[in-house]
Design a protein around this ligand. Structure first.
Ligand code: GLV
Ligand code: MN
Ligand code: MN
Length: 419
C-alpha cells in the first residue's frame, strides 16, 4: 500500500472539470485545441498526473503523456487515455471520461502497491474532435505519421488563424510536428475507455462493453457558390441561390443513407453550414457545408458520398450555382485487436458477466493507433445513447464500474512481461 497517494475519485474529478469550457451560448462544453478551455484542461492533466508522481511531458504534436515507470517496469508500455477537447457544445464525458478514468485507475494501482512489470502511460490526445482545424484525431494522426505535416501546417481555424500560429502562441514549434516513431515504439498496446455513443448496452443490461470495430467515416466540405442579391428586389427566375442547393444536400444525405443496404449501416449528416453573407434579407452568395458520412466499409462510404454529391451537382446546375467538393478527412474501417480484447475481457471482474462486444459509429484515437499497435476499447453505458450533445451522460455507478474495469485490465496488462 502507498498511503502517500490520494486515490482519484472519477466523479469528483469530472465535477472539478465541469466549469472549464462550459459554453453559455450553445450549452454544454466547448474546448478546442489550445484555446483557453483546452489549456485549462491540459493544466488540470499536468497537476493531477503530477500529484500521483507521474512524469508528465508534451510531445511535438501537442499530445500530453503521463508515465508511471517505477523500478522493475521495463520494455514497451501499456498505454491508456483519451482526449480532453470537445465538439462545439458537447457533452461532459466524450473524452474526459477516458482521461479521468485512466488517472483514477493509475492512482488505485499505485495506492494498492501494484508493482508493474511494464511502464504505464496515460495520454491526452490533441484535437481528437477536429473541432478547431477540421481534421479529427489530429494529434494521434500526426504522432503515427498518418497525415502530411505540410497539409497540417496549411490548416486554418474558423477565424482564419493558421495551425502554426496557434501552436507557436502556445509555445510549440510547428516545424517539428509529425511522425514520432520513438513514442509509437514505446507503446506495447493502447486501451481506451470511452463513454458509449449510441445505445447498445442499456437494452443488454450491461454497465460496460468492449469495442469490436469502428465504421469507416469521413468529412467533406462542399462550397456552393451563387450570386448574392437583394431578397426583395430580385425576381425569383433570375436568382442563383446556393441555399437551395444546400437544402438538396441536406435532404439527399438523409435520403441516400436511408436508401443504402441495411448491412452497410450507412449514415450521413450535415451538421455545419456557413452562409455568406448571412443576412436575413440577402440571397446568399456562398454556402459552405460539411458532410459527415459513415458506413461499414470504406467503399460503402465512398459510394454514399458519390450519390449525394451527384444530387448536389445536379441541384447546383439547375440553380446556376457552382459546387466544389473537398475531402477534409477519411478514416478507414477499424477492427480492434481481438487477442488484446480477449485479454481485457479475461481481466474483468467475474461479476460483470459475459461483457458485450459492440461496434461503434464514432471515431477514436484508438482507431488511429489500431493500424500501428494492438488497441482495444472499453465502453461505459450511456443510458439513452446521446453524445456530441450536452445531454450526454452516464450514471455514477457505471462510471465507477468503468474505472474498476479499466483498473483490473491495466493491472493484468502491466503484469505481463514486456519484450
Ligand atoms: C468523433 O467523436 C467522431 O466520431 O466524429
Ligand atoms: Mn466525439
Ligand atoms: Mn471521444
Amino acid at each position: 500500500m502507498d498511503a502517500t497517494v490520494t486515490v482519484i475519485d472519477p466523479v469528483a474529478a469530472l465535477a472539478e472539470l465541469a466549469p472549464i469550457g462550459a459554453d453559455p451560448v450553445r450549452g454544454g462544453w466547448s474546448r478546442h485545441l489550445l484555446d483557453d478551455a483546452d489549456r485549462d484542461m491540459r493544466a488540470w492533466f499536468v497537476r493531477t498526473a503530477g500529484s500521483l508522481g507521474l512524469t508528465v511531458e508534451t510531445d511535438a504534436n501537442a499530445n500530453q503523456w503521463a508515465t508511471w515507470a517505477p523500478e522493475g517496469a521495463t520494455g514497451p508500455a501499456v498505454a491508456t487515455g483519451s482526449h480532453l477537447d470537445s465538439v462545439p457544445g458537447g457533452g461532459p464525458l466524450d473524452g474526459p471520461l477516458g482521461v479521468v478514468s485512466a488517472l483514477a485507475a493509475v492512482s488505485r494501482l499505485i495506492a494498492e502497491g501494484h508493482a508493474p512489470a511494464r511502464p504505464l502511460m496515460v495520454a491526452n490526445f490533441a484535437e481528437e474532435e477536429g473541432a478547431r482545424f477540421g481534421v479529427p484525431c489530429l494529434g494521434s494522426q500526426l504522432l503515427a505519421g498518418d497525415i502530411g505535416t505540410e497539409r497540417v501546417r496549411r490548416l486554418t481555424d474558423a477565424a482564419g488563424t493558421g495551425y502554426p500560429e496557434v501552436m507557436m502562441a502556445a509555445g510549440y514549434d510547428p516545424t517539428t510536428i509529425g511522425r514520432d516513431a520513438a513514442r509509437v515504439a514505446e507503446m506495447a498496446l493502447y486501451l481506451e475507455l470511452h463513454v458509449e455513443q449510441g445505445c447498445q448496452l442499456a437494452p443488454l443490461g450491461h454497465p460496460v462493453g468492449l469495442a469490436t470495430s469502428i465504421l469507416a467515416h469521413g468529412r467533406w466540405r462542399l462550397t456552393l457558390t451563387g450570386r448574392g442579391d437583394h431578397a426583395g428586389a430580385t425576381e425569383l427566375v433570375s436568382r442563383h441561390d446556393p441555399m437551395l442547393v444546400a437544402g438538396e444536400a441536406i435532404r439527399s444525405a438523409r435520403g441516400h443513407a436511408l436508401g443504402s443496404a441495411p448491412e452497410t449501416r450507412s449514415r450521413a449528416t450535415v451538421g455545419k453550414l456557413h452562409v455568406v453573407p448571412g443576412g436575413s434579407n440577402a440571397i446568399a452568395s456562398e454556402v459552405r457545408l460539411w458532410l459527415d458520412a459513415r458506413a461499414e466499409h470504406d467503399a460503402d462510404v465512398r459510394d454514399l458520398v458519390a450519390r449525394i454529391v451527384s444530387d448536389v451537382e445536379a441541384a447546383g446546375l439547375a440553380e446556376g450555382c457552382t459546387v466544389t467538393v473537398e475531402e477534409e478527412s477519411f478514416s478507414t474501417r477499424v477492427a480492434f485487436d481481438q487477442d488484446l480484447t480477449d485479454r481485457v475481457a479475461a481481466a474483468l471482474a467475474p461479476g460483470l458477466g459475459d461483457v458485450p462486444r459492440i461496434p461503434t459509429g464514432a471515431g477514436h484515437d484508438a482507431g488511429v493507433l489500431a493500424a500501428h499497435l494492438p488497441t482495444a476499447m472499453i465502453f461505459v453505458r450511456n443510458p439513452d445513447g446521446v453524445s456530441h450533445s450536452p445531454l450526454e451522460g452516464a450514471a455514477e455507478p457505471d462510471i465507477r464500474t468503468g474505472v474498476d474495469a479499466l483498473t483490473d485490465a491495466l493491472r493484468a496488462l502491466t503484469s505481463e512481461r514486456g519484450t
